[in-house]
Design a protein around this ligand. Structure first.
Ligand code: PMV
Length: 369
């Protein structure tokens, strides 16, 4: 599929200034994407639950540009202040989209963005941030040209654009869950965009909580980009990609059946496999910390004692995500407060849940975050 369209240009004088705004959540991968090829294409399929509270609220302001330059004219404000680093990254992303959206050169853009979670929370904001921006861009296309044929086409295009900004962001445009990568038995699935799987999720998983234990709030020492790159030489890579594809199919079946035990087995093995891949890269590196392992050990003991279906996963960092159904939320909250906060930096954790996906906001509305 290609969205390249040289015809999408505007007559600057005819553009009325305007703004568009979306709130888009983060997501947590159950089967991990780790390793890519080509232009941000995944080496294996992945599946995620979409979060709710951890989200980015982005407003894209546009007006005609006085003189069209070679690149894109954009300034990004993060929590009300110009952010040079994010502006640069966003400019590169938007310039990469020029074959799809040539009109971006003809506008002056200002992006106002805020995250609902603290900047130093150790939570990657690229999934929520890039998906919120991609949704604003597809809304901008609709404002300047024609509406896309239907909601499916709208979100598919947003997912495609988000993927080009940050791979895992393509899964954030759908709640409560999404699949990215080609999966047999899922005819719409693609490497180029994610697809929503709302109609294949048992109610128990729609009720799931994700409590994120902030073992460390520091920036990670090795970026995801470098991590994906190191997979190219990893001797386990071919076996890993086959395993992840197989596990994506298995996880889809688990999500449909509502099997919380099997869910936990695959979930936890995926988390440890991701970190084992980092430890078996050359050069190797570690992102988990001693407190990550303490939390895991105490969780396993709690599970043995209570038989509660509460399981962990990890992203590319030391923080531990605890996933569990709403029915046991009270017990798990008490367990976290009594036994796990001790291992968290400043005793901090974020309580999140599976969410319904992004939504568009009025530009002058408060986002409620
Ligand atoms: O989207 P990226 O390039 O930041 O990669 C994210 C990879 C993981 O978060 C570790 C796994 C995933 O599938 O989200």
């Amino acid at each position: 599929m290609t969205y390249t369209n040289p015809a999408l240009t505007v007559v600057s004088d005819e553009v009325t200034p305007g703004a568009l705004r979306w709130r888009s959540p983060s997501n947590i991968a159950l089967v991990k994407y780790w390793g890519k090829h080509g232009n941000q294409l995944p080496q294996n399929a992945s599946v995620s639950l979409t979060l709710d509270a951890a989200a980015t609220d982005t407003t894209l302001h546009y007006r005609p540009r006085r003189e069209t330059g070679a690149g894109v004219d954009v300034t990004l404000y993060f929590h009300g202040k110009v952010n040079e680093g994010f502006t640069e990254r966003t400019r590169r992303f938007l310039e990469g989209l020029l074959p799809i959206y040539p009109f971006l050169r003809q506008l002056s853009l200002r992006i106002d963005t805020t995250n609902s979670f603290p900047h130093s929370a150790g939570i990657a904001s690229s999934a929520s941030g890039m998906s919120a921006l991609a949704l604003c861009l597809v809304s901008l296309e609709e404002a300047l040209f024609e509406p896309l044929p239907n909601a499916d086409a709208f979100f598919r295009k947003a997912s495609y654009l988000a993927r080009l900004g940050s791979g895992s962001a393509c899964r954030s445009v759908y709640g409560p869950a999404a699949v990215w990568g080609t999966v047999s038995g899922l005819p719409e699935s693609s490497e180029e965009y994610a697809v929503g799987i709302a109609d294949r999720i048992h109610p128990v998983f729609q009720s799931y909580h994700d409590d994120i234990l902030l073992v460390s709030r520091s920036e990670k020492s090795v970026s995801s980009r470098a991590g994906h790159g190191l997979m190219e030489q990893n001797p386990y890579a071919p076996a890993r990609y086959a395993q992840a594809n197989q596990r994506t199919r298995e996880m889809l079946d688990i999500l449909r059946r509502g099997d919380t035990e099997k869910f936990g087995q695959v979930l936890e093995s995926e988390a440890l496999t991701l970190h084992a891949l980092m430890m078996s890269s050359q050069p190797y590196y570690t992102l988990i910390e001693p407190n990550t392992l303490h939390v895991i050990n105490i969780l396993q003991q709690y599970r043995r004692e209570t038989q509660h279906p509460v399981h962990f996963t990890l992203d590319a960092g030391p923080n531990v995500h605890l996933l569990y159904p709403d029915a046991i939320a009270e017990d798990v909250t008490r367990f976290i407060q009594d036994h796990l906060l001790h291992f968290c930096e400043d005793r901090q954790y974020l309580a999140d849940r599976v969410g319904k996906g992004p939504h568009q906001l009025k530009v002058d509305e408060t986002s409620g975050v």
